[in-house]
Design a binder for this molecule. Structure first.
Ligand SMILES: CC[C@H](O)CC(=O)C(=O)O
Ligand SMILES: [Mn+2]
Length: 338
């Protein structure tokens, strides 16, 4: 494979964070320990553990966690011999206080996530992470929803606050292959730090788009084993590792171990299988946040409205992460107008 970067590729496994959405934030300490241990043994580089909406996400608005995420982070750190534990932080949901707590428990890196046009709110969290000695990365969500120039400008801001990588985050699984190419290429040309890519498989493009991102020079790559993530899930880690191996890219990850843990450890914890169905496909099609799926299904049931209509309306309104209450409003007004 021809790559536009000579940096090694690092995989961040997100099934224990993005996958938290898919299990309504009900992970147990035992599940997190077992899965983390197996991922660590397989050689995965970084493993993200947090509430699906990041540190501090356990609320009525986003969904309460079964177990305090700090306990999950502690268990994950204890289960690792080589992998680093990552946390996600959305400023306004998580605080510097929670970041310090996660760091004290052994988390080595943080991805500070903002809407693609709101990078300025990541400054204090990125500075704080660098001061703590953590690796600090910027995560620009809903990257499909802004023009390339805006993405570049926002990524530059994150880099100026100390981000050591900035991610093109396809939260809605809405990016088409050429849109991934132009975004990663533009960031590579404009930034000195590494570029990352995070996909959702709502349009069945996650692996293909991830390969394009890697070709264009992205080196921080997200995957979720068995696609355990919001919506139709993320780039399936074991599939990506197999494809990259066939393309001559050795990640130092043991494919058989990854396949085994996908089957034996991750599949049994799934409440539902993340798949491309009418709900997740509607999200990719309409450009809606993947983590809205369960909320839209619940609101649809409550108000007798097709969840696809709710999702399409949210797409029209350009709803952003954090506006989960709007899902109920939209469902209620659709039900009144029908
Ligand atoms: C709500 C945070 C979100 O799940 C972060 C993420 O993974 C994404 O935007 O895709
Ligand atoms: Mn995601």
């Amino acid at each position: 494979m021809k790559r536009n970067s000579s940096e090694p590729i690092r995989i961040t496994e997100v099934c224990l964070r993005d996958g938290s959405h898919a299990v309504a934030h009900q992970f147990t300490v035992e599940q997190v320990s077992t899965i983390t241990r197996a991922l660590d043994e397989a050689g995965v580089h970084d493993i993200e553990v947090s509430h699906g909406d990041g540190l501090g996400g356990s609320t009525i608005q986003y969904g309460r966690s079964l177990v305090d995420e700090m306990k999950l982070i502690e268990a994950a750190v204890a289960a690792c011999t080589q992998a680093r534990i990552a946390v996600l932080l959305l400023p306004g949901i998580g605080t510097v206080q929670e970041l310090k707590q996660a760091h004290a428990l052994g988390a080595g890196l943080v991805r500070v996530a903002t809407h693609v046009t709101e990078a300025d709110v990541s400054a204090q969290h990125l500075y704080a992470a660098r001061e703590l000695g953590m690796e600090a990365l910027g995560f620009l969500m809903m990257a499909h929803s802004a023009p390339v120039e805006v993405l570049v400008e926002q990524a530059r801001l994150m880099e100026s606050y100390g981000a050591q990588a900035v991610y093109v985050t396809d939260s809605a699984g809405a990016l088409l292959p050429e849109q991934v190419r132009e975004r990663v290429k533009a960031l590579r040309g404009a930034l000195s730090c590494e570029i990352g890519f995070h996909a959702h498989n709502n349009l069945s493009l996650a692996v293909a788009n991830t390969l394009i991102a890697i070709e264009e020079g992205a080196t921080r790559i997200d995957g979720s084993v068995r696609c355990l993530g919001a919506g139709a899930g993320n780039t399936q880690t074991e599939a990506l590792v197999a494809v990259l191996d066939r393309m001559g890219v050795d990640l130092g990850i043991d494919l058989y171990k990854l396949m085994d843990l996908a089957e034996d450890k991750v599949a049994p914890v799934m409440h539902r299988v993340p798949e491309i169905n009418k709900g997740s496909l509607a999200m990719g099609y309409a450009g809606v946040y993947s983590s809205f799926l369960l909320h839209a299904e619940r609101a649809g049931k409550r108000f007798g409205v097709d969840p696809r209509d709710i999702l399409l309306e949210l797409g029209r309104r350009k709803a952003v992460g954090g506006q989960e209450d709007l899902i109920v409003d939209v469902a209620a007004s659709l039900s009144r107008s029908s």
